[in-house]
Ligand binder design. Structure first.
Ligand code: SUG
Length: 443
């Protein structure tokens, strides 16, 4: 079967801010309290989507979620008008109010785990929205994420959009950020590398949280009836150094796995298991040593949070790296070395997603990869597909609707609540999502 790799990126929302909500994500902690620029953020994200679409990869947009999340605050007992709920929550429970304002659904790599039809026993594409229950602000995403995926992939004959796993610590799930699929070509059966940080019943004593349990990864492969599963433990040292998702130190595409030597607890066993699971191809391992790129540089440069893509018409793979990679001499040297070699990675393109990067979200965090056959691609919602026209409409929308500076105090402003709803209301028209997509539209 012939298939292509599409990307669905999270459109960055109007409340994009730096609230320091993710322990173990060093950028999030470091930039806590800084002023953000939501308008620049949304335009940067759109520019990246446009680049991918122009390179010939199908590109889709996942809408931002409704924030501030007033229904969440009401569930905590805040009452009165929406403005009163927001004001009272900020006064009495600021940590909950901050969580309710986060635009974190932008990082679509955490939206879901995806199994292409080539790997699923029933021949459908399967999605499990991630419960994201390690961090409060992210645990608010999965219901609306499910709705977004259903809007993008509406045909149940071809697409199975599951519920999230039960939202408990034992089944903590962060979606595709801990999943890498390797294959001979996209339409062929793949190896599904599922990377987990801790066991469900293990006493975890790491300084930073391990966000994915082995049991969550197993449950997803089971419910998708997915072939080619390989489970691997994330390096404990990597988590301790700030690798809150495996995709901070590892990315793969087609037959190539590109990773840092601390990514897995046991690199040799992981490599062997991938080799054994690979059908019809010999995996290529491109490992970068700590000597060439210390973990700290891997994390600040986000070299491995690049997208690794096959550009139509090119014979070697391309990296889509953040400009921060180029600015880190060691990381830039690794990239130059790869391109100069005869290895599988032959080109690099740099993108500016600095607004997202300051919260620990690089190019790969912003996208969810979905491998689709021709008929599946045709069954995806065309109104959510990026092209020059949609790019320009969304860039105009963001330029008109988004503020160019936000600090914590602004998030408590009832005027921002009105602005975000007006923006999202207009967005549902642009993306043809109907008049009841957001909770505020259904109220
Ligand atoms: O979950 N940052 C996100 C970044 C997610 C990156 N995704 C992948 N690596 N796939 C997180 O830690 C910070 C929000 C704040 O602090 O305001 C945040 O949620």
């Amino acid at each position: 079967m012939i298939a292509v790799e599409a990307n669905a990126d999270g459109l960055i929302g109007p409340t994009h801010s730096y609230a320091g909500l993710s322990p173990g994500n060093l950028a999030s902690s470091l930039n806590r309290g800084e002023a953000s620029n939501p308008r620049a953020a949304v335009l940067q994200g759109l520019q990246k989507m446009r680049l991918l679409a122009d390179l010939g990869l199908p590109q889709f947009v996942l809408p931002p979620q409704e924030r501030p999340d007033i229904p969440f605050l009401r569930s905590l007992g805040f009452t009165g008008s929406d403005a009163a709920v927001l004001e009272s929550a900020w006064r009495n429970a600021p940590a909950f109010a901050a969580a309710a304002c986060s635009a974190s659904a932008m990082w679509a790599a955490n939206a879901a785990t995806v199994t292409p039809s080539a790997d699923a026993a029933d021949g459908r594409v399967h999605f499990t929205p991630a419960n994201l229950n390690t961090n409060l602000h992210r645990s608010l995403e999965y219901r609306q994420t499910q709705r977004s995926l259903q809007a993008l992939f509406p045909d149940p004959q071809r697409f199975a959009v599951h519920d999230a796993l039960p939202a408990v610590g034992h089944l903590a799930d962060e979606g595709a950020a801990n999943h890498v699929r390797l294959c001979a070509d996209h339409g062929a059966p793949g190896v599904n590398l599922m990377v987990w940080g801790r066991g469900a019943f293990e006493a975890w004593d790491g300084a930073f949280p391990a966000r994915q349990t082995r049991e969550a990864s197993e449950a997803i492969m089971r419910r998708h009836a997915a072939s080619g599963a390989v489970l691997a433990r994330q390096g404990r040292a990597a988590i301790a150094g700030g690798t809150f998702h495996n995709d901070v130190v590892c990315v793969g595409a087609l037959d190539t796995l590109f990773f840092h030597d601390l990514a897995f607890e046991d690199v040799d066993t992981t490599r062997d298991a991938i080799r054994r699971a690979a059908r019809g191809f010999e995996p290529i391992f491109v490992e970068v040593s700590s000597a060439d790129l210390p973990l700290g540089d891997a994390i600040t440069s986000y070299l491995f949070n690049s997208m690794l893509i096959q550009v139509p018409g090119e014979d070697r793979l391309s990296l889509i790296c953040p400009v921060e990679t180029q600015e880190n001499p060691r990381a830039a040297a690794v990239v130059e070395g790869l391109i100069a070699s005869n290895g599988p990675i032959g080109a690099v393109r740099y993108v500016d997603v600095r607004q997202s990067m300051r919260n620990g979200g690089g190019p790969a965090c912003l996208r969810l990869r979905v491998v689709l056959t021709g008929t599946e691609l045709a069954a995806a919602n065309p109104a959510m597909r990026m092209n020059a026209t949609l790019h320009d409409r969304l860039a105009d929308w963001g330029s008109r609707r988004y503020r160019d500076s936000l600090i914590a105090a602004d998030l408590a402003d009832p005027a921002l609540l009105v602005e975000t709803r007006e923006a999202l209301d207009e967005l549902t028209q642009i993306l043809d999502l109907g008049g009841d997509f957001y909770p505020f539209q259904r109220a």
